[in-house]
Structures are given as C-alpha cells and as structure tokens.
Design a protein around this ligand. Sequence first.
Ligand SMILES: Cc1cc2nc3c(=O)[nH]c(=O)nc-3n(C[C@H](O)[C@H](O)[C@H](O)COP(=O)(O)OP(=O)(O)OC[C@H]3O[C@@H](n4cnc5c(N)ncnc54)[C@H](O)[C@@H]3O)c2cc1C
Length: 817
Amino acid sequence: MAGLPTTARVVIIGGGVVGASSLYHLCKAGWTDCVLLEKNELTSGSTWHAAGNVPTFSSSWSLMNMQRYSTELYRGLAEAVDYPMNYHVTGSLRLAHTKERMQEFQRAKGMGRYQGMDIDVVGLDEIKRRYPFIETHELKGALYDPSDGDIDPAQLTQALAKGARDMGAKIIRFCPVTGVRRENDEWVVATPQGEIRCEIVVNAAGYRAAEVGKMFGREVPMMVMSHQYILFEEIPELAAWSKEQGKKLPLLRDVDTSYYLRQEKTGMNLGPYERNCRAHWATHNDPMPEDFSFQLFPDDLDRLEHYLADAVARVPILGTAGLSKVINGPIPYAPDGNPLIGPMPGVPNAFEACVFTFGIAQGGGAGKVLAEWVTQGQTEWDMWSCDPRRFTSFASAPDYCVAKGMEIYGNEYAIQFPRHAWPEGRNRKLSPLHDRIKALGGRFDAYNGWERATWYAKPGDDTSEESTLTFRRDGPWQHRVREECLAVRDAAGILDLPGFSRFNLEGPGAADWLALQVTGLVPKPGRIGLVYFSDDKGRIVTEMSVVRHGEDQMTLITAAVAQWHDFEWLKSRMPAGEVFTLTDRTEAYSTQILAGPNSRKILAEVCAADLALPWLTHQETTIAGRWAKLVRVSFAGELGWEIHSKVADTATVFDAVWSAGQNHGLKPFGMYALDSLRLEKGYRAWKGDLSTDYSILQGGLERFVKWDKPDFRGKAALLNEKQQGVKKRFVTLVVEDPSDCDAPYMSTLWHDGRIVGETTSGGWGHRIDKSIALGMLRADLAEPGTPVEVEIFGDRFKAVVQKDEPLWDPKNERLRA
Ligand SMILES: Cc1cc2nc3c(=O)[nH]c(=O)nc-3n(C[C@H](O)[C@H](O)[C@H](O)COP(=O)(O)OP(=O)(O)OC[C@H]3O[C@@H](n4cnc5c(N)ncnc54)[C@H](O)[C@@H]3O)c2cc1C
C-alpha cells in the first residue's frame, strides 16, 4: 500500500465512481498532484452494488449533456486506460402510457438530437420488433435511445482509478478522513495515517457526504434512501434468443409504472422506484453506522410485489424465472434529486461532487464538470442544475431533506410539468402577507423556499394537483392569469415578492470596485440600474439591480434562487482586507410590486413621495407611518414601483396600498402573470435566458456593456468576440398558429431542415394575445421578419423573428409615463 504523501494540490475524499472520475479528469487537465483518500476499498460505498445502467435521457439539458458525455467517455475508456471492462450498449425502450408521456419523449428527442444523439420516438410495432417478449397493452409508444446500456460499476471505477494513477495521481485506500482544518490558506486533512496539506479539497463521499461536510462546517442538504433491485435466474427463451441474435435485449423502462427491467446475462434485473419507499438513517434512533462498506440493507420484497406483478404481465417470460438475489443498498438524495457538483457554499477552496442518485450514468460527466470547477473556476456547460448553491440553509433541515427525498424517489420517473408545484417540504418561508395572499385566493409555489402566489383562484376554480399535470397552456389558471395581466395593463396589480435576494454593499471604494465587476455602468446615487456580471470568457454569470443610495452605499437585488450564488460571486472577488462590506439583508426586508397605469394614483393616496420622479429612480417615504423605499422600475412593463419595506412593516404597508387601490381597480397578481408580462417586454429570466451557456453579446446585452471603461471582468473575451462576430444571437419570436402548448425551454429552432438554435423560455403574452418564445438563433438568421420553425413537443410551428425591441410598449412609454 502506498504511503500517505504529506502534501498535494488537491485531496479528494471518497473513492466511488465519482471520486475516481474526478481524479481522472483532474489528471487529464494536467493536475496530477492529486490524492484520493478512501475510507475502505474503492467502490465500497454505493458504487459496488449499483445496477450500472447508463441512460442519457433527461428532461434537463445540462444533465443530458453530462450523461451523454459519460457514454462517450465509457465507450473509449477501456482502450484509453488499458483496463478491460463490461460495457453493453444495448439501447433502451422507455415506455409511454399517456399522451403527456409521449410529449415528454418528443421533447427529449428534440434535445437529444440537438446534442447529436439518435434518440427516436417509436410506435407499438417497433417496440415489439425490438423487444419480442413484450406485451404492449396500455402503451402509446416508446422512446428508443440507442446509446443506453449498462456497465460494470466496479470495473468502471477501477478503470478511472488506473487511468489517474498512470498519469501520476495517488490513491490511498483504507484511509478515512477524520477531520480538516484551515492553516495558512491551506487545508490540512487528517487521517489515522497522518496529515496531508493541500490547496483544495473535494467532498466525494457519496451517502456519507453530510458527515464529511460537517468537518468543514457545512450542512450538506441530503438524505439516504434504500433502493433495491431483484436479480432473476436464467430464462431459457431469453438465453436462446440472445444466443441466436448475438446481443442483449434493450433495457426496458416502464416509467409510468416506475421500474426498469434489464437483461442480466441470461436472466433479468428488475429495479423499481417504489411509491411506498423507505428512508434510512433519518432519525436519531437510526443513526448511520460508522462503517457500512460493502454492506446492504435486508431485502424488503413486500415493497416490490406490485412492480413484479406488473413486469410479469409486461414481459411474461419473467414469470417463469426464479429469483436469485435482492440487492438493497443506500442511495443518497438531494432535495431535488440532482447531485451536488461545484463550490462548497461558504467554504474557500473546497468543492462538492456528491449525493448522486445516478452516479454511474453521471459519473463520467461529473468528473469533467468537477475538474473544470477546480482548475478553471468555471464550467463549459451551465451547471446550475447541480450547483450546491442552488440550496440555501433552509434546505439542509433534516425533515425537509427526508420529505423531499422521499417525494422524489417515489416519483423518480415523473414528468416535470411547468405548472405543477410539488407538495412536500412546503411552507418553509412565509411572506408577512401569506395569510392575506391566501385569503385572496393565492395558489402557491416555493422559490428558494419562499411561498409566492403563482395565480389567484376564484371560488369554483379547479385547484386540484391533477389539473396541473399537463403541458397545455389552458389549465384552470389560464383565464385568471389573463385577468391578472389585463388588470395590470388597464388599472393596477400588486404582487407580493418575499425573498427577493438583497445585499448591502457599502464603504469606501465600493462603487469603484463594483464598476470593475460589471460590464456596464454603476448607476449614479439616487438611481437604480441593471448590471451584468460576465466571467473571464465573456459569458453571462448573473444580473442584478443596483439601488445606489449614496456614493459608496448601495443595495444589490437579485433573484430569490440566486441568493447564495450571487452573494458568493461578489464576496469571493472582494479585495483582501475589505475596506467595504457586503451583507446579506434578504431576511430583513420584503418587496411588493405595484404596476399599472393607476399605480401612481394609488401611491399618491398613501404617501407623500414625489411620484413625478422619473423611471429608474428611487426614494424613501412613509406609508401608514412605516418606512418604505419606492423604486421606480417594473418587470411587468407598466408604470410601476417596487415597494420595499421592513418585514415587520410589510403587512401594514400592504394594507394601506390595498385599501387605497380598491377605488382604482387594484387586483393581486401572481408569478405566472409576471412571467407572461416580462416575456412581452423581452426581459430575461435567470438561468433560462441568462446563463453561462451564452455570452453577454449573444444574449443581446451589448447596451449594458461600457466598452470605454478601462477594464471589467470579461472585457478581453468580449472584445474578441465582437471583432469575430457572434455566432448566435438572442431573439424574440412570435409563434404563429401555435399549438395548445407554448415552447418549453430548449425547444429546437429549425430553418431549411436544419437546427439553427433553441428557445430559452416561452409562454403566452396576454396583452398581445400571442405565443412568445425567447431564444438563441444562428446570427445570420436573427433579422426581424425571418421565418423559422420551433419544435414544440415534436411538432414544428412557424415562428417569426421580431424586432430587437419589446413586443409590448416598444418605446417604453408606459413605463416612463
Ligand atoms: C441498488 C442500487 C442500484 C443503483 N443502480 C444505479 C444505476 O443503475 N445507474 C446509476 O447511475 N446509479 C445507480 N445507483 C446509484 C449509484 O450507486 C450512486 O449514484 C453512485 O455509486 C454514487 O457514487 P459516489 O462515488 O458518489 O459515491 P460512493 O460510491 O458511495 O462513494 C463514496 C465513497 O466515499 C468513501 N468515504 C466516505 N466517507 C469517507 C471519509 N471520511 N474518508 C474517506 N472516504 C470516505 C466511501 O467509503 C465511499 O467509497 C444505484 C444505487 C443503488 C443503491
């Protein structure tokens, strides 16, 4: 056994597939002075017993990217590192029982083809042709993915480990990390074999990631489920077929029933995600044992019975097979089911690559992403879906993690519908107005844990969860959302926006420093302005509103979900010694949006503020005797103000405004209406339209770039891109003769039979009565009037490129009124 080195550049804690892949990719990036420490033997966590399925399917663009990369890596890995392994690329059939499932498949096919994969949606005959043993009752069709398959997880891990060792990395087994401490800007990692000093640490401890996280003072949002599969003995018909055909059956996933069925040698492997699932190590009475290496939970066949019966009816030869083994192992879940890959929140030079529920399928891609984070501080693809900072502190509460983990596990294959609010883990953070909003009919969803109204129902409206399980635009909310939008257009609307992230930046030099961080101008005192942050490659990191109170005193406001990400982006770039300060004040204030032509009249009745002050100004005032800040902006695209108040005063302020508004047609409006209103203005949404997948120039944000500033982050890259010319460009499209669904994120755009771009968001604009899509289009086609086609759930619709101005109120006259 190799001895423990005393120093390394990077230490990875955990030798499952993800730790090994991270090590391999760091070495590939030239960082070979890396050490992986494993508590027991490589693979002894979740990896050794994984079924080894390697799907590419996902409804998330970034997860699909990561999984696609894995399949490409695994195909060449054995040869690349000279380590033979069993990787069967069998293809898979993902079965659909419903029209909505077929829509989901059509969308995945569109995304998959855009990523260069040959995914297809097939009918019953084709299912039968590819899978002769199947019964097709209750089926509508299937998604065929030729690159799906299964790999031996232990061999995969060993292959990655060998590749890394061959490049110079060290792997120390039977070496548990027992603690870490910070000394002289270095990490000291303690183990029973001694200490090791390093620059960077990676937590790749799988289902033990929370335990390792605690060593850093970090509460990892996660829980552990038990997950089972059953192995069956040889099935003679299957053995004969396989021999004759010289191949295995494609992997079958009955996602509506919630299981997969895979040929395993000449038998089968059945793996359900049970609705009646079980969490482990979730209470004080059931602590995680100190060591669970290479161990399993007892079989729990009762939970599997329903799925077994269903699978036998679907593939009757399974009914003839004897059961040979049950594998029931620990599998970690984050509260949204995606892994954590990226900077460890609040901890310098530490990263996470843990809490994987599909670590075999995602391990290859995860190693690439982690290595990019470590070596470059940024990733090729926008990886917000896996960024640990997408969860803030509330999400680490054990009861929240257990509730969400069980919900996701039991619905692992569920379709993600745009208007469906998952019911578990709710009411974590309530607005001071929550009861009032509820009494007005508010239907809620959680935004970084904050409950916000999505729409307002009236008595008799269908507010059932079932009614939201659709991709159709015209659910029960639609006519109410329309009423809300028209109230904002014709009179006034008020939207309660708790949890708007806000940071105070103040102290000598703060404004000068901020000017270097943003592409454009920091607004003058008394003004508010939108600023964009670019990375070194010129890509869009984030957008914030700057409310400048004084020379070096300002509040930066950003999306609720961006709270930790944006705070850290700023904080980690502040100069050492900190002559100015950055403070998170999100919890101290609340915001309401008042918008519409009557909003001035309403405010005039409740405060003495100068309401003639122009657009993009702000002022302090009192409403009902309480301090408030009026900021004259409107994401809704009408005359309007944001009303910021202290949390304790928000209800009083709201009551005064609401009461004055009753004579002026004031109505409450929700997040769905706001989304519709902002689409008509072409305002971008965070991590849809605005992401590191696009540069500031591609995003059509050049008006927020001040080229003659001496310097700003990303300037060189952006100047270079400007000289070369952008390859794709942000456009607003109007979909003509639209279907009954609007374009979801990442719908492909077609021209002359070729894919020429993608949508970044879409929806119905009620003020213009049109289906709108925002997206990225090949630059030469981004001319107003150009017709393209947008693929919405498999069908293509004509869409026309619009002028580079808002569809509603193009000259912003209503905003400036
Ligand atoms: C029954 C079952 C079937 C599955 N099937 C599939 C499948 O078909 N496809 C798929 O993609 N995924 C599958 N999974 C999930 C998959 O197993 C995991 O996502 C994956 O193995 C996670 O890999 P990892 O490297 O993150 O974690 P792990 O494999 O758990 O590795 C973490 C390692 O960290 C080590 N460690 C922990 N604490 C310390 C410490 N203090 N010091 C040093 N080392 C430490 C552990 O010993 C362990 O080896 C399945 C899971 C189960 C339970």
